[in-house]
Design a protein around this ligand. Structure first.
Ligand code: MEV
Length: 438
C-alpha cells in the first residue's frame, strides 16, 4: 500500500528551512548527501557544468520548492518545483490539499501510446507514389537498419517499431514527402536516439529512391505518445464548480484567454521539468502545437461541472526521460527523482501532467472567485517586502501593512513598499542580528 504522507505534509510551509529539509529527508527517504545537494553544498560543480554548455561563465540559480498534498493515482507524491515565480508552489500545494479534502476528490493519470517521432524529409520529389511504394516494400529492411543504429536501446526493449509517410503540396506546385519513424525510447526522452536513427537511414533512403533527403530530426509534436491527467471533485459547491467551468469555456472560445490559461498549466509543468533536468522547451513546443490540432488554439485542459461533480482533463505530449542526458548528470535532478519516488519516464510524465492540471485548477478557482490579486495577496506582500529590502525582524510588520494596503487598494508599487519600510525604520529602531556590524 502507498505510504500516507498526510502527517508529513501538514504544516510544511510553516517550518524553518532546516526543519523542512529534515522533513523531506524523512518523507522521501533521502540521505545526508542528498540534503547537501539540495542545499547547494555539493552538486553541479563548474567542472561538470563545462560538459553541459559552451562558454561557461557561471550559474543561474533558481529556487527549488516542494509542493505538498499531491495524491496521484492513490500515491502521495511530494513534488519538487524549480521556479522563480511567487505563489506557484503555494497554489499547487493548497489546491492539491483542497482536492483531497473532498471524500471522493481524486487525481488520476494515464498515457496513450509510447512512440516518439523522427522525421526524414524529402524536400521536393518528382512523384510521391513510387517513393511510397518503395518505402512499403522495404519497410522491414528500413526498420532493421534503423534499429541497428541504436543497439543499446533495442537491448533495453525499445527501438523503431513502425513508419508512415505523407505527401505535402509545396507552394511552388511540387511535392514534399515526409517519412515518420516511430520509436519506443523506453525511459529516455529519446531526442538523441531518434535523431541518430533518422541520420542512419538517410543514405539508404537516398540510394533506394534516387531522391535527396533534407532534414533528419525528431518532432516535438508527439501525438503518438500522449499523457493525460484528470481531476474529479464530486460534491463541489455549485457556484465554484460553475465558475471554473465558465472560466474553461472562456479559454475554449478565445485564444487570448487560452494562452494565459495554458501559461497557468505550464506554471505547474515547467518547474518539475526543470527540477528533473528535462527539456522544458521541447515539452512547451509539443503542448502548444498539440493545442492547435483542431485548427484553433485551444486550452490544454478543459473543465466541466455536471451533476455536482467538477471534472477537468489535461491531455498533451509530455516527453521526458529519467535516464541519460542532464537528468542523469545533474545531481539535483537525481535527488528530485528520488523525491518523486520514480525511475520511470511514463510515471514522471503522468505526475507532471497532474501538477499542470492542479496548478490550472488553483488559478481558475482563484480567478473565478476572489480574483488572483486577493488569492495571492499574502505571498505578494512577502515578495514585495523581501524586494523592498526588509530584514527578517522587519518582515512581519511590513507584510501586515502591505496586506492591509492591498486589501484596500487592490494594488501596490515597490516604491510604496520601500516608503513604508522607511517609515517603519524611522519609528522603530530594530535590533540587528548579532554579528551584524552595519
Ligand atoms: C500567472 O502566472 C498564471 C495565471 O495568469 C493563469 C491563468 O490566468 O489561468 C494566473
Amino acid at each position: 500500500m502507498a505510504e500516507n504522507l498526510e502527517l508529513l505534509f501538514q504544516g510544511f510551509h510553516k517550518l524553518t528551512r532546516e526543519e523542512r529539509l529534515e522533513r523531506v529527508k524523512q518523507m522521501c527517504h533521502l540521505s545526508d548527501t542528498d540534503l547537501d545537494v539540495l542545499e547547494g553544498k555539493t552538486g553541479l560543480d563548474l567542472d561538470r557544468a563545462e560538459h553541459f554548455i559552451e562558454n561557461l561563465v557561471g550559474y543561474f540559480p533558481i529556487p527549488l520548492g516542494l509542493a505538498t498534498y499531491f495524491r496521484i493515482d492513490g500515491r502521495d507524491v511530494p513534488i519538487p518545483m524549480a521556479i522563480e515565480e511567487t505563489s506557484v508552489v503555494a497554489a499547487c500545494s493548497s489546491t492539491a490539499k483542497w482536492i483531497r479534502s473532498f471524500p471522493n476528490g481524486e487525481i488520476t493519470t494515464g498515457s496513450t501510446g509510447k512512440l516518439i517521432i523522427g522525421q526524414v524529409q524529402f524536400p521536393s520529389v518528382s512523384a510521391s507514389a513510387p517513393i511510397l511504394k518503395i518505402l512499403e516494400e522495404r519497410k522491414e529492411e528500413l526498420l532493421r537498419i534503423a534499429n541497428a543504429s541504436v543497439p543499446g536501446l533495442v537491448q533495453r526493449g525499445g527501438g523503431v517499431q513502425s513508419i508512415s509517410a505523407r505527401s505535402l503540396p509545396r507552394p511552388d506546385g511540387g511535392e514534399m514527402l515526409v517519412l515518420h519513424l516511430y520509436c519506443d525510447p523506453c525511459d529516455a526522452m529519446g531526442a538523441n536516439l531518434i535523431n541518430q536513427v533518422c541520420e542512419a537511414v538517410k543514405p539508404y533512403l537516398e540510394n533506394w529512391t534516387g531522391e535527396r533527403v533534407g532534414l533528419c530530426i525528431l518532432s516535438n509534436l508527439v501525438d503518438s505518445k500522449l499523457t493525460w491527467a484528470e481531476v474529479k471533485i464530486p460534491g463541489l459547491e455549485p457556484a465554484i464548480g460553475r465558475g471554473i467551468a465558465e472560466a474553461s469555456l472562456f479559454a475554449e472560445m478565445d485564444p487570448y484567454r487560452a494562452a494565459t490559461h495554458n501559461k497557468g498549466v505550464m506554471n505547474g509543468i515547467d518547474p518539475v521539468l526543470i527540477a528533473t533536468g528535462n527539456d522544458w522547451r521541447a515539452v512547451e513546443a509539443g503542448v502548444h502545437a498539440y493545442c492547435t490540432r483542431s485548427g484553433d488554439y485551444q486550452p490544454v485542459t478543459k473543465w466541466r461541472f455536471e451533476n455536482g461533480t467538477l471534472i477537468g482533463r489535461f491531455e498533451a505530449p509530455i516527453v521526458v526521460g529519467t535516464v541519460g542526458g542532464v537528468t542523469k548528470l545533474h545531481p539535483t535532478a537525481q535527488v528530485c527523482l528520488r523525491i518523486l519516488g520514480t525511475k520511470h519516464a511514463d510515471e514522471l510524465a503522468r505526475i507532471i501532467a497532474a501538477v499542470g492540471i492542479v496548478q490550472n485548477l488553483g488559478a481558475l478557482r482563484a480567478l473565478s472567485t476572489v480574483g488572483i490579486v486577493k488569492g495571492h495577496m499574502s505571498l505578494h506582500a512577502t515578495n514585495l517586502a523581501i524586494a523592498a529590502g526588509a530584514e527578517p525582524l522587519e518582515m512581519p510588520l511590513l507584510r501586515e501593512k502591505l496586506v492591509a494596503i492591498l486589501k484596500k487598494e487592490k494594488a501596490i508599487t515597490m516604491s510604496r513598499a520601500k516608503e513604508i519600510l522607511d517609515l517603519i525604520r524611522a519609528k522603530l529602531p530594530l535590533e540587528r542580528p548579532s554579528g551584524d556590524k552595519s
